[in-house]
Design a protein around this ligand. Structure first.
Ligand SMILES: [Fe+2]
Length: 405
């Protein structure tokens, strides 16, 4: 049996994470992903592994060979033993063909909490036969994709910055696990932000980009920190169906405001009590840090509490008396003002996948996006798993509000 003292953590390999939070991401040795799958989720070791995830946001196991979907589910359970047990998007992607997630996910028939994702034709894998996987390409979601000529030169985009969460009815998964079964090797590509910033980021082919929600909060100026601790986000019902006709900004961080969202009356049946209104900041259960966690494409309204009684409003303070921002364009601009600095190239970690890699990330502590484009003959097979949690994330406490307002 592995002892906690045998676990070793080393920094992530990276060519692009110049100003990453020093705590962000660790390679784990001394315990394998398969050994984590064997843990009793109520054991002290499982608790230790969870604390490592909450502290470092992303744990990488350099696994050799394939991990069975049932083991991946067991590992994912270690990170949330109280999860009821169903997939994080169950009520959304599988039933509604209009959902923007429908085309990206193929459910593993034997372990439905595991999704097979990737690219290319796969004759037989994990109970699926003759399936053609499609790596999400930004041209299916961005309003103004890069030209074919630029794509041929290796220019690409962040596809969609997001949290893995249904954001309607179900509670956001605590952790997502990603397992690279087969990774095609190819040249690095360049993410071009195309949002007026002139920014670019070199990324490995088909990499997964992550930013720390804790950093996203930490880098805000004081008056925006004061705003963030007072803010809650109301999400659209069935957000992935609602947004299906809308198109994204070129940096993948939110949608253009063109009134293309489906009218709420045209969505699959929904009820007000299942709509999610979540804090903008989610409190880390191990470190107490606040993570700026918003799915920018799914927001419907922004709700701001007033400054606490006795706190004097400064000139820079936004909404000192509180507000309900139901104008969608204004709500989006609000969230963008808060989130955009966090995707600056120096804060992005883009993982360069190798066959066998197994990553667990704190889905309530990071945002992530796929990047890149594969050619037709490149085959990529990944397994993804997350579980809807039992309870919603917790926001700032009274002490946080007093500290930042
Ligand atoms: Fe995701």
């Amino acid at each position: 049996m592995t002892q906690q003292s045998e676990i070793r953590l080393t920094p992530l390999p990276s060519r692009s994470n110049k100003q990453l939070d020093p705590q962000f991401g660790r390679v784990v040795t001394g315990i394998s992903a398969s050994q984590v799958a064997q843990l009793d989720p109520s054991s002290a070791m499982a608790e230790h592994i969870r604390t490592l995830l909450f502290t470092h946001s992303l744990l990488l196991f350099k696994n050799k060979g394939e991990i069975e979907p049932a083991s991946q589910l067991a590992i994912t359970r270690v990170f949330d033993p109280t999860a009821p047990g169903f997939y994080g998007h169950e009520s959304n992607h599988s039933k509604h063909t209009q959902s923007v997630l429908h085309r990206d996910l193929s459910t593993c028939p034997t372990v439905p909490q595991v999704q097979i994702i990737g690219h290319g034709f796969v004759k037989e894998h994990a109970g699926l036969t003759n399936v053609t996987l499609k790596h999400p390409h930004h041209k299916t979601f961005h309003r103004d994709p890069v030209s074919q000529a630029d794509e041929d030169k290796g220019i690409t985009r962040f596809y969609r910055w997001h949290i893995d969460a249904a954001l309607y009815d179900l509670c956001a998964p605590i952790a997502t696990t990603l397992h690279a079964v087969s990774v095609p090797k190819g040249d690095w590509q360049t993410v071009r932000y195309d949002d007026g910033s002139g920014q670019e980021l070199p990324v490995p082919l088909g990499g997964t980009a992550f930013i720390s929600g804790a950093t996203a909060f930490d880098i805000l100026p004081p008056h925006l920190k004061s705003l963030a601790v007072r803010t809650r986000i109301k999400y659209a019902p069935h957000p992935y169906v609602w947004m299906s006709s809308a198109r994204a900004r070129p940096d993948g961080l939110g949608l253009y405001h063109e009134n293309k969202e489906l009218p709420l009356t045209d969505l699959p049946p929904w009820t007000e009590d299942k709509i999610k209104i979540l804090p903008m900041l989610w409190k880390n259960p191990a470190t107490g840090r606040l993570h700026l966690q918003v799915h920018p494409s799914a927001i419907l309204e922004v709700h701001v509490d007033p400054l606490p009684a006795g706190v004097e409003a400064f000139e820079k303070d936004h909404y000192p008396s509180g507000a309900v921002i139901s104008d969608l364009n204004e709500a989006r601009e609000f969230v963008r003002l808060m989130q955009r600095p966090a995707i600056n190239p120096e804060y992005v970690y883009a993982h360069d996948w190798e066959d066998g890699d197994f990553i667990a990330f704190h889905n309530r502590g990071v945002l992530h996006s796929v990047v890149g484009a594969f050619s037709e003959n490149q085959v990529r097979i990944f397994h993804q798993c997350n579980l809807a949690a039992a309870v919603d994330p917790v926001g700032p406490d009274q002490q946080d509000i007093e500290q930042y307002c």
